[in-house]
Structure formats: C-alpha cells, structure tokens
Design a protein. Structure first.
Length: 94
C-alpha cells in the first residue's frame, strides 16, 4: 500500500526533476483539501478520465447499542464521501 510519503516519492520519480518533493507534497495537500472543502459544501467533483467524488446522504436511524444490545440508540443522519471511478480509468488500471 502507498502512504502519502511513498506516493509523493513515486510522483517525484515519474517526473523529470521539474518539481521538488516539497512542491509535490504541497500540491497534493492542496488538492486533498480542495476535495474535502468542495464535498463539505455539497459540491460534486467530476474529473474526466478519472472519476466522480460526491456525497451519499445517510438518513437517521436507530440501532442496538453495541455495548448494551438491549438498549436502542439513535444514529444521526450523516454524509458519506464516495468515489466512483470512470470507465476509462477502470480500463487503464486493468
């Protein structure tokens, strides 16, 4: 599995020395923050050839308390981030 540091190293090795690892890390952080900010503001992000970032809204519900199964607790509504890859991206990976 690639963590952030290994991913930055991979991108650094793919390019011709135009960017430093510090630059790549900064750009990576900006992109991730941009995605999080856009989703937090209910925006959908579509990157042609890559995929779509959006939110699924989960309704509030009730569920047994894991620590005390006899007790029913209310689970609040929440937004769940989702990524759906585009067909071209799926084809390139396979």
């Amino acid at each position: 599995m690639l963590n952030k540091k290994r991913f930055v190293n991979l991108v650094y090795e793919m390019q011709d020395g135009q960017y430093t690892k510090k630059n790549i890390t900064g750009y990576f952080d900006i992109i991730i923050e941009g995605i999080k900010d856009a989703l937090a503001n209910d925006h959908r992000i579509k990157i042609i050839g890559f995929g779509i970032f959006d939110l699924r809204k989960r309704k509030k519900s009730t569920s047994p308390n894991p620590q005390n199964p006899k007790e029913i607790v209310e689970v609040p509504a929440k937004k769940i981030p989702r990524f759906k890859p585009m067909r071209t991206f799926i084809d390139e990976v396979n």
